[in-house]
Design a protein around this ligand. Structure first.
Ligand code: TYD
Ligand code: MG
Length: 457
């Protein structure tokens, strides 16, 4: 057996060196070398062996059978996966520590086990007692099909998987599991990549659905889930402010369903609960008839959320006014304030402006621009925007209102919740006037001033 050695390769051009160097000889980039596994190690790195050699086939002759899916009783989770857990699928669930990844997957595991599916939960980060206490808190009693293993060594895990032959394996988390034959520490780039590749072979070779939990790391000493995205079939990210009790689960990649979908969950004392009507949830605490508040309709995947934009404009006491945004991009706020100042003539340079999305949600979509502008003017002029108004539209640098995608879905959700008056881009209005004008009042807009005149003059 040849001696094991570590090599270093350039992350930009792939050039290899026997030891770490600061600058790459090939592409001349600095600091691009990372430790990588030795190539000539024996026996082969991946013990997985194919039964037969793959053969090329004409595309037209391929027969695709619909993959069987395992449903959990978290219907929103199933929807994100494209209709349940696909047999042999390889999924990554990423998110900040403490956001609720272990909770979600333990709930899903227990639901699957109840249907006779054998689930192995590898609780590498926590002891069996901690997992048991979490299960108790979630009211998960489990049955013979839900097995828990507290182990961090990959060979021991693999042995268990081969013996138990489960249908679903949950790896909590990938960053703490290590392979003996790799010298670097658990959580390092090489360990995470190699262990994940081994799990991929287990998933594909044995038809086991494997979920990897990965912590998002800001500092980078531990390899984050980003580097595994290309390896897996599905990538889910769990987002949310820990102080707020709602969580967004977002699909960013899915080989078995659509991407860009989101599901809303609420973290309660007894685990995660699905929020089936997110708009109602976000508008729950709204105080009607207050200045600086307006409702916008935003899209996340195929879902529409109605969210309250709040603004507060006050006289500044310092030479430089303060502008703070929470939930929307700070630069976008600066741009909208510049449009208001220059194109509409509001003297905001001597005011502090604070804008926030109620409930702690974050929105990157420009369709909320008009809402942000109207909330600011409402607070500036101390005039209330009627509580049945919804404002949708992107605002351009000349103060023009630009069209937005999928207006019908947004209108339908808002009508469903009782909103009556809609400020929308003129460009979108023609297509929907016929269908909606009998039910609601539509105010088509070309420039920002038209909305301001209609509401405040
Ligand atoms: P956890 O699933 O451990 O997060 P992660 O695996 O992403 O690190 O849960 C994180 C937090 O959720 C923890 O601070 C406690 C809280 N929590 C609840 O509020 N209710 C519950 O039922 C459970 C299990 C946890
Ligand atoms: Mg955890």
């Amino acid at each position: 057996m040849r001696k094991e050695r570590t090599i270093y390769s350039c992350t930009t051009c792939g050039h290899k060196e026997p030891r770490w160097v600061g600058q790459c000889r090939e592409c001349a980039n600095w600091n691009t070398f990372l430790e990588s596994a030795a190539e000539d190690r024996e026996p082969p790195r991946f013990n997985f062996q194919r039964k037969e050699v793959a053969k090329a086939l004409p595309l037209k002759d391929l027969v695709i059978s619909e993959s069987p899916r395992i449903k959990t009783n978290l219907s929103e989770f199933d929807r994100l996966l494209g209709g349940g857990i696909v047999k042999g699928s390889f999924t990554l669930v990423g998110g900040d520590p403490g956001i609720g990844k272990s909770t979600l997957l333990l709930q899903a595991a227990s639901a699957a086990a109840k249907q006779g599916v054998v689930v192995l939960y590898i609780s590498a980060e926590e002891s069996l007692e901690q997992t048991f206490l979490r299960a108790q808190r979630l009211g998960v009693t489990g049955n013979d099909n839900l097995l828990v293993l507290s182990e961090t060594n990959f060979s021991a895990i693999k042995k268990n998987i081969e013996e138990i032959d489960p249908d679903i394996v949950i790896v909590d988390s990938i960053q703490i599991i290590y392979k003996n034959d790799i010298p670097s520490a658990p959580g390092s780039f090489v360990q995470v990549r190699e262990v994940a590749t081994e799990f991929m072979h287990l998933a594909k070779g044995r038809g086991i659905s494997i979920f990897l939990i990965g912590h998002v790391t800001k500092t980078g000493e531990i390899a984050g889930p980003k580097m595994l995205e290309h390896l897996v079939d599905t990538v889910l990210y769990f987002e949310g402010e820990k102080q707020q009790n709602f969580r967004l689960l977002r699909v960013v990649k899915n080989r078995f369903g659509s991407t860009d979908e989101v599901a809303v969950f609420q973290m309660t004392g007894g685990g995660l609960v699905e929020v089936c009507n997110p708009s109602q949830f976000f508008l729950e605490e709204r105080t009607k008839e207050s200045t600086g508040s307006v409702i916008v309709a935003t899209l996340e995947g195929s879902r529409t959320f109605l969210v309250e934009v709040q603004a507060l404009v006050t006289d500044t006491v310092f030479a430089t006014p303060s502008r703070r945004a929470s939930g929307i991009d700070q630069n976008r706020l600066a741009l909208l304030l510049a449009v208001l100042e220059k194109r509409v003539g509001y003297p905001l340079h001597s005011r502090d402006v604070f804008v926030s999305l109620a409930g702690g949600i974050r929105i990157a979509e420009c369709a909320i621009d008009l809402g942000v502008i109207l909330a600011i003017i409402s607070s500036y002029s101390n005039r209330i925007i009627p509580s049945n108004v919804v404002a949708i539209g992107e605002v351009g640098l000349s103060g023009e209102i630009r069209g937005i995608p999928r207006i019908e879905g947004r209108l339908k959700e808002a009508i469903h919740l009782g909103f009556k008056k809609f400020f929308i881009p003129k460009r979108n209005s023609e297509a929907i006037m016929k269908e909606f004008s009998s039910k609601i009042q539509i105010i088509p807009l070309e420039v920002v001033e038209e909305a301001i005149d209609a509401l405040f003059v």
